[in-house]
Design a binder for this molecule. Structure first.
Ligand SMILES: NC(=O)C1=CN([C@@H]2O[C@H](COP(=O)(O)OP(=O)(O)OC[C@H]3O[C@@H](n4cnc5c(N)ncnc54)[C@H](O)[C@@H]3O)[C@@H](O)[C@H]2O)C=CC1
Ligand SMILES: O=C(CO)COP(=O)(O)O
Length: 354
């Protein structure tokens, strides 16, 4: 490719919201082909991005510049990637909503859930949740903004490995084919394959639900149990993900694809996974409060377990791994007791969903 065409292909400005571990990894990949504007809320982070080409010490591609103005980002960029934890998602989307138009195309990478309760109610006070009270992040975007062309990014994508340029693949899911095609055009490279899927809810749920099983896998590793136990957990975990995803509106196919089983295997085996680390440290004797106080990055699975456990009270299905982890994290069941309980659980049919 000559320089002229190389330069002209770099003229699109892509917006990234969130300068955490995943936001930076995706911004750097996007910057290989286009200019990137990276939104962060703290002034000192913007100064660091613009003056030192790094964000909280993470190196940034030279084609990335920072802004703390939601208005500037929305006016400058037609395509936006939202890469923030679910706990801040609603707040951030509401900040952006006044500047978003139907022409914007939004892809998010968040593997968590939000809940929609009447004013003044909390998850503790209601105890149970119906599907209509649970929102995936694409549902938050559609509820809070006029954006229509919405997609998600999910798959085995540990940001540390992406930042090292190691090979990986992801799924861009959307009801709109143009969103999938745009995601592929912007992100696909020799080191990064991008698959498409029209079942956005199923793909979002796959990324969300695998975090629960990753916490359990970390706990098994922390207890020093072997690969047989891990194989058991991953396969039963996949079955649990299928049943939960179906109950929440996703398809079986998405769970057994890259965003489901692919990410499940990666996260259940990686010491770089924050969710795996939560389980590992619990098994080593730390309390959940101690772990969360000292973790700098988000482990979405902890909140997902709370949300799914409340959903199970209205869903009419059982999810023994999630229910047990809820008792370990938020009640007083020990990891060892939980394991004994699961080993006695009357699972009888191996594959009961096809
Ligand atoms: N790190 C990873 O390997 C991957 C992460 N994900 C998902 O991406 C999402 C983000 O994760 P990470 O980047 O790893 O988290 P992180 O904890 O590294 O960073 C989160 C970022 O969001 C920013 N943020 C929080 N509240 C904000 C607000 N109100 N306004 C603006 N910015 C705000 C924080 O300042 C921080 O920069 C999570 O849902 C995670 O599950 C998905 C795939 C891989
Ligand atoms: O989702 C991830 C990799 O695909 C990252 O997992 P953790 O959030 O557990 O680090």
């Amino acid at each position: 490719m000559d320089m002229a065409s190389k330069n002209s292909s770099k003229q699109k400005l892509i917006g990234v919201v969130g300068a955490g571990s995943f936001g930076v990894a995706i911004a750097n990949m996007l910057a290989e082909k286009n200019e990137v504007m990276l939104y962060a809320r703290k002034e000192e982070v913007i100064e660091e991005i613009n003056q030192e080409h790094s964000a909280s010490g993470r190196p940034l591609h030279e084609s990335i510049r920072g802004t703390f103005s939601a208005e500037e980002l929305c006016q400058s960029c037609e395509v936006l990637f939202f890469m923030i934890p679910s706990s801040a998602f609603l707040e951030v989307v509401r900040k952006f909503a006044p500047y978003l138009y139907p022409y914007h195309l939004i892809i998010h990478g968040t593997k968590g859930l939000a809940i929609n309760l009447p004013e003044g109610k909390t998850l503790e006070s209601v105890q149970s949740l119906k599907r209509s009270q649970i929102l995936t992040m694409s549902e938050v975007i559609l509820q809070e903004t006029v954006a229509v062309r919405v997609g998600c990014l999910a798959g085995p994508n540990i940001s540390k490995e992406l930042s090292l340029g190691q090979p990986a693949a992801t799924v861009v899911a959307s009801r709109y084919n143009e969103v999938i095609l745009e995601g592929q055009k912007l992100l696909r490279s020799e080191r990064f394959q991008v698959y498409g899927n029209s079942d956005i809810i199923g793909v979002e749920l796959s990324g969300v639900l695998k975090n629960i099983i990753a916490i359990a896998a970390g706990a098994l590793a922390g207890l020093g149990l072997g690969e047989n136990a891990k194989g058991l957990l991953i396969s039963r975990g996949m079955v649990e993900m299928v049943h939960l995803s179906k109950a929440l509106g996703g398809s079986v196919q998405s769970v057994i694809g890259l965003a489901g089983v692919g990410d499940l295997v990666t996260t259940c085996n990686s010491v770089d996974s924050r969710n795996f680390t939560v389980g590992y440290r619990l098994a080593k004797g730390e309390t959940l409060d101690q772990i969360l106080e000292t973790m700098e990055e988000v482990a979405e699975g902890v909140n997902t377990i709370r949300v799914i456990n409340a959903f199970l009270k209205t869903a009419g299905i059982r999810a023994p791994i999630t229910e047990n982890l809820h008792r370990v994290l938020f009640e007083d069941l020990s990891i060892e007791e939980s394991l004994q309980f699961l080993m006695k659980y009357p699972f009888s049919v191996d594959v009961d969903f096809v």
